[in-house]
Design a protein around this ligand. Structure first.
Ligand code: CP
Length: 317
């Protein structure tokens, strides 16, 4: 898998990916899901397990539940040994060791795949330039820049429902400005040929460079959700907002919350997605987020399968 990166051992962003490669990855992921949609593991159905003898380290310098544990399970199911890096008990936190030195030391112990989350945009790309040529690096989210595997698992979830991307009308609602997920989703949906992608947010929650994405912007749910058949809600990332921005947030739920009421603007068969973590009662109500049209937990399950396919591909490259 090559993204903006030219090195096929890395997955750093959606930029530079080819549609055919993404669709091939989706096909590969399907072998890890049963017809019921449940994961096939605990043990990889492939013999020998593709990552037998490989050591994968997850290095998360920002909190995570879904991405970190999903990668750790994916690697385990493929037969890898998984090292869970703990920042608080590492030499970085108390002894000022740099992350680059940490990567080099772990490589010296045999680690050949890193999944990294970092709070600085593009930091994972820079780290990927500093590892051994036979080490794979996956971006588990870098600041507001990119979260490629989230966008891949989201589009994989849509593809499993209907592989004809030309039929989707996707509305992404919420804090687009601070969302690496939204940026990667906008790129992935465009790459896969979704003709109608909308973002719905107040002006202060739109990125300044939104014009570079192939999307239409709306500042209200009634117009933005009109006949949409996919609604993706996003969390307000208050931890990334300035005090001035926080002060002008107002009642987001009142104006932009996805509820049974506001969903009436969308297509009656619209599916509901969210990358998590969800703040019920803010960007979405729990009856919608946990209702019959919700794909939220299916996204999580599909993420393990997608990440299994990705890790298998990167490590063998
Ligand atoms: N979707 C997502 O990135 O969730 P985590 O922050 O829990 O990994």
């Amino acid at each position: 898998m090559s993204a903006k990166q030219t090195n096929p051992k890395h997955c750093l962003s959606i930029e530079g990916l080819k549609k055919t490669d993404v669709l091939a990855l989706f096909q590969q992921a399907n072998q890890f899901l049963a017809a019921s949609g449940e994961l096939v593991p605990l043990i990889s159905p492939l013999t020998p397990p593709p990552l037998h003898g490989v050591v994968v380290a997850t290095i998360f310098l920002e909190p995570s539940t879904r991405t970190q544990y999903s990668f750790e399970l994916a690697a385990t199911y493929l037969g890898a040994h998984v090292l869970h890096f703990n920042l608080q008990s590492s030499s970085n936190e108390t002894k000022q060791e740099t992350i680059v030195d940490t990567l080099h030391n772990l490589e010296a112990m045999g680690v050949r795949c890193f999944v990294i989350r970092h709070n600085t945009p593009h930091a994972v790309e820079k780290l990927a330039e500093l590892v051994r040529p036979d080490t794979a690096v996956v971006n588990g989210g870098d600041g507001i820049h990119a979260h490629p595997t989230q966008a891949l698992l989201d589009t994989y979830t849509l593809w499993r429902r209907n592989p004809d991307f030309s039929q989707y009308r996707v509305a992404i609602v919420g804090d687009i400005a601070h969302s690496r997920v939204a940026r990667s989703q906008m790129q992935a949906l465009s790459l896969l040929g979704v003709p109608d992608v909308r973002v719905i947010a107040p002006p202060h929650l739109l990125p300044e460079d939104i014009g570079k994405y192939n999307v239409t912007c709306y500042d209200n749910l009634e117009s933005g959700l009109d006949n949409a058949n996919v609604v993706i809600a996003l969390r307000l990332q208050k931890e990334r907002m300035s005090p001035a921005l926080l002060a002008q947030m107002g009642d987001f739920h009142q104006t932009f919350g996805i509820t049974a009421q506001t969903l009436r603007f969308a297509s009656p068969d619209a599916v509901i997605m969210h990358p998590g973590p969800v703040n019920y009662g803010v960007e979405i109500t729990s009856d919608v987020g946990k209702g019959p049209h919700s794909l939220i937990l299916q996204q999580v399950t599909n993420g393990v399968a997608l990440r299994m396919a990705l890790l298998a591909q990167l490590v063998k490259s």
